[in-house]
Write a new protein. Structure first.
Length: 394
């Protein structure tokens, strides 16, 4: 694709460059650079950014035009969603949060997303044509190639649903669908650990999930199932009588012991009043004895599974996030002790086990940055007029 993606990649990193400097960086011929810059200027993806004097003659320099269009993102959780409008660099300009159960099904949930997208565009005085990329993250396994969720344990009615296709009547841009823990992993790495190449993000919320950044890139595996540690089998601990059933239909999964829903089940079993994961979080924060005891047991099992992952993957940083992690120091203590006990010294010598820094926004921040990266990472670049697209492809 004749260098367009390459030039845009350079400018998106924040550099402001003259054509000579672009030549030096890319090795492209001057005539190719002239053509590509013209097309990118026409597409409003690049803007002139003042002049610099080179050998006495002024030379125009160019920058990425982050305001040349919009990105739309929706971070769909089990019981609520965040929807945002972003610039082309993935910075969130406007954001709304609302309660909706993912079990309402794709028509209702995506219908709500669609309405919110429209409202955000109206609020910014922008049209659907200005949208160059859409990102949707969901609490379930996503097939990377098709953007469909596949046998999601908690997303009733979503199995194999064509999420990208739902948006095609209103938008012509690419639609990226991502598992929630992957979006969080990307956001934490980009914002808080930009120099870290190997990162494991563990989300401990209603369920347990993880996302992997391998050599600086999100690791999906062959199909998109990488990182689903919540459904790893855990050998029955002594304090448990019968192996618990999991939401996925198996028995003895990690999240059937250590997820928020399991904590809620166990609290109710000992007569503690708790209706939601939020209630369990409140009990933990107030130091409720049963909640603390159950969380300590859970943290050991989480730690043992994370230790296996550390041995397999050798991350430099392990980020623990999600609702329960934010409420629970015991979780960190248990995870740390298990990882240091069960992982090899070479893997733990430099390891950093830390909390998530983006809080409840980690998912939407990561998703926005992921869409910004994906949309401009490969040809054809989105949403250029046919003539421009032909120019760029030539
Ligand atoms: Zn399971």
């Amino acid at each position: 694709m004749g260098g367009t993606v390459e030039i845009l990649h350079l400018l998106r990193s924040g550099l402001v460059l003259t054509k000579s400097e672009i030549t030096a960086h890319t090795g492209l011929s001057r005539s190719t650079i002239n053509q590509r810059i013209d097309a990118l200027l026409d597409a409003h993806l690049v803007i002139p950014s003042g002049s610099e004097s080179t050998k006495g003659r002024p030379a125009e320099s160019y920058a990425f035009n982050r305001t040349g269009g919009h990105l739309l993102v929706a971070d769909i959780g089990a019981t609520g969603m965040r929807v945002g409008l972003c610039d082309l660099a993935g910075t969130i300009l406007e954001e709304v949060e609302l309660s909706i159960a993912v079990t309402e099904g794709p028509d209702v949930v995506l219908g709500t997303v669609g309405k919110e997208f429209t409202q955000l565009l109206i609020g910014a005085n922008a049209s659907a044509d200005s949208v160059l990329g859409i990102g949707v993250s969901v609490p379930g396994p996503v097939d990377t190639a098709s953007g469909q969720v596949v046998h999601p344990p908690i997303m009733t009615g979503w199995d194999q649903y064509d999420i990208p296709g739902w948006f095609s009547s209103d938008y012509t841009c690419p639609v990226i669908v991502e598992k929630d823990a992957n979006a969080m992993a990307f956001g934490e790495q980009q914002v808080s650990h930009p120099d870290v190449r190997h990162l494991l993000m563990v989300k401990v919320g209603t369920g347990v999930g993880s996302g992997l950044i391998s050599d600086g890139r999100l690791h999906h595996g062959a199909d998109g199932a990488a990182g689903d540690i919540g459904h790893n089998y855990v050998p029955k601990p002594d304090h448990v009588q019968d192996e618990p059933e999991c939401r996925c239909g198996n028995i003895g999964c990690l999240e059937a012991y250590a997820g928020g829903w399991a904590l809620l089940r166990d609290l109710q079993a000992v007569g503690v009043e708790a209706e939601s994961v939020e209630d369990a979080v409140r009990l933990l924060r107030s130091g409720n004895r049963d909640a603390v005891r159950l969380a300590r047991n859970a943290s050991q099992l989480l730690g043992e599974t994370i230790a296996v992952t550390v041995n397999l993957f050798n991350p430099q940083v392990v980020v623990i996030g999600g609702q329960l992690a934010a409420a629970d120091d015991y979780l960190f203590a248990g995870i740390r002790s298990a990882v240091y006990r069960r992982s090899l010294p070479l893997a733990t010598r430099r390891i950093q086990i830390t909390g998530a820094t983006q809080g409840q926004q980690a998912g939407i921040i990561g998703l926005a940055l992921l869409v910004a990266q994906s949309v401009f990472a490969s040809a054809p670049l989105p949403h250029l007029h046919t003539a421009q697209a032909a120019d760029l492809a030539s």
